[in-house]
Ligand binder design. Structure first.
Ligand SMILES: [Zn+2]
Ligand SMILES: [Zn+2]
Ligand SMILES: [Zn+2]
Ligand SMILES: [Zn+2]
Length: 397
C-alpha cells in the first residue's frame, strides 16, 4: 500500500507551470479570468497594428514543422503535448483553408535527429488531416533536429515562383536541437530566400529559435496554456504582410462552370483529381467542374489543373480573401461614463462593470468588447458603417 503511494508522481511535484508570474488571481481567487484577459488584450493589440492598404502575401505556401521527439510526450498539456497539438492542428488546417482558399500547406515532422515530410504541399485539407491523424500512434523518440527540418522545407519552397509568400511554422516542445552542421548557415539561406519562419515554443524561450524568428521576420512565442496555444496558432491563419523581396505578378486563373443542362442526362465522365488516388479509386460520375482551358474535370474547387497547370477557383473563394485587404476600422477604446446606454450592435445595456466601451472612428457608434472582437474576428464589417448610406458612399469612391 505504502509503496504504491510513494511511486506516484503528483502534478505539483513535476514543476507544473512556469508562467504564473504574469497571471494574477481575480477577486474570487480564480485564474481563468486572468488568462482570458491576457488573450483578449493581446487580440486587441494585434488588431490595432493592422492597417488598411498594406500589401499582404495572399498566395501562401506554408510548411508546418512539427516536433515529434521525446519531449512531446510531456504531460504539461493534457493529455500529452503531442495529442493537444494534433487536435489544435486539425482545427487550424480547416480554418486555414477556409480563410486562405488559394494557399497551400505541407507537414514535416522532426524525430530522432531526422526530418520527414508526411504530407506534400497541397491545397487539400483532407489529405493533411489524414496524415496528421496517423501521428497519434507514432512513437516519440530522440531529439529533434531543427536544421534538418528547415532544410527539408527550404528545399521544396525554393522551387516555388517568387510571387508566392513562403512560410514555415515550427511547433517545438524540445529545448534542444541536434544538428549535423552550423544552423547559422541554414538561417542565412532562409533569409536569402525570403522564407518567413515563425515559432511556437511549448516549454521555454530558446535562443536559437529567437534568432531564427527575428532574422527571417517571423514571430516567436511561448505558450501559457492550451487556450493561449490555440490563440497563438490561429494568429497564423491571417496572411502576413508581404516580404520586401516578394514580387508582384498577375496570375492566370480559371473560373469553371458546373455544366448542368436542365432536363438532359449528363454523360458519365472520369475526374482528374481521383484518377490515381489509392484509397478512393476513380469512378465514373456525372457533374463536376470543367477546366475552361483544357476541359478536364474536377470534383472540388479550388484546385490546380493537373493537365494545363491553370489555377481553378470560384468567385466566392476570392471574395473570402477580400476582407484581409480591406479590414474594418480599428475601434477606439474609451472609458465608460454613461455616454451611450446600449451597445449599437447587440443592444446589451452597459453596466458599471463595463469599464471600457469601443467606438468606431468612422460612424462613431459605440460597441461592447464582445462585439468589438466579433466584428474584427468574424464579421469584418462594422455594422454602424454598413447601415449608414453616407459612409458606404464614401467607401466606394
Ligand atoms: Zn475527383
Ligand atoms: Zn486545365
Ligand atoms: Zn455588443
Ligand atoms: Zn463604423
Amino acid at each position: 500500500m505504502v509503496d504504491e503511494e510513494d511511486g506516484k508522481e503528483y502534478r505539483w511535484e513535476t514543476g507544473y507551470e512556469k508562467t504564473w508570474e504574469a497571471i494574477k488571481e481575480d477577486d474570487e481567487g480564480f485564474l481563468e479570468a486572468s488568462v482570458t484577459d491576457i488573450i483578449q488584450r493581446a487580440k486587441r493589440k494585434r488588431q490595432e497594428k493592422k492597417q488598411a492598404n498594406t500589401k499582404l502575401g495572399m498566395m501562401r505556401h506554408l510548411y508546418i514543422l512539427l516536433d515529434c521527439s521525446d519531449s512531446m510526450s510531456n504531460q504539461d498539456l493534457k493529455p500529452t503535448r503531442l495529442y493537444c497539438t494534433l487536435k489544435l492542428l486539425e482545427l487550424f488546417i480547416e480554418e486555414f483553408f477556409d480563410q486562405n482558399p488559394i494557399s497551400q500547406l505541407g507537414v514535416i515532422i522532426m524525430q530522432n535527429k531526422r526530418a520527414e515530410k508526411i504530407s506534400e504541399l497541397t491545397g487539400n485539407p483532407k489529405k493533411h488531416i489524414k496524415a496528421i491523424g496517423t501521428l497519434n500512434r507514432t512513437s516519440l523518440i530522440g531529439e529533434p533536429s531543427l536544421q534538418n527540418g528547415l532544410n527539408v522545407a527550404l528545399k521544396s519552397l525554393k522551387l516555388l515562383p517568387s510571387h508566392a509568400s513562403r512560410e514555415i511554422l515550427v511547433l517545438i516542445g524540445s529545448l534542444t536541437t541536434c544538428d549535423p552542421t552550423d544552423i547559422k548557415n541554414t538561417i542565412d539561406a532562409l533569409k536569402l530566400e525570403g522564407v518567413r519562419c515563425s515559432i511556437i515554443g511549448l516549454a521555454a524561450e530558446v535562443h536559437v529559435c529567437k534568432q531564427l524568428a527575428s532574422e527571417t521576420n517571423g514571430t516567436y512565442n511561448v505558450i501559457l496554456d492550451d487556450s493561449h496555444y490555440k490563440d497563438l496558432l490561429f494568429q497564423h491563419i491571417e496572411p502576413p504582410p508581404a516580404a520586401v523581396c516578394l514580387e508582384s505578378s498577375l496570375i492566370k486563373m480559371g473560373f469553371p462552370h458546373q455544366m448542368v443542362t436542365e432536363g438532359t442526362d449528363e454523360p458519365l465522365t472520369m475526374c482528374m483529381c481521383h484518377v490515381d488516388s489509392v484509397d478512393e479509386g476513380s469512378k465514373l460520375t456525372t457533374g463536376g467542374y470543367y477546366c475552361p482551358q483544357c476541359c478536364s474535370k474536377y470534383c472540388e474547387l479550388p484546385v490546380e489543373c493537373r493537365v494545363c497547370g491553370l489555377t481553378l477557383v470560384s468567385a466566392p473563394h476570392l471574395a473570402r480573401s477580400y476582407h484581409h485587404l480591406f479590414p474594418a476600422p480599428n475601434f477606439k477604446e474609451i472609458d465608460y461614463d454613461n455616454q451611450d446606454i446600449v451597445c449599437f450592435s447587440c443592444q446589451k445595456t452597459f453596466m458599471d462593470v463595463d469599464k471600457h466601451v469601443y467606438r468606431c472612428p468612422k460612424c462613431e457608434k459605440t460597441f461592447c468588447l464582445d462585439c468589438d472582437i466579433f466584428i474584427h474576428d468574424v464579421l469584418h464589417t462594422c455594422p454602424g458603417c454598413a447601415t449608414n448610406p453616407a459612409i458606404l458612399q464614401n467607401n466606394s469612391d
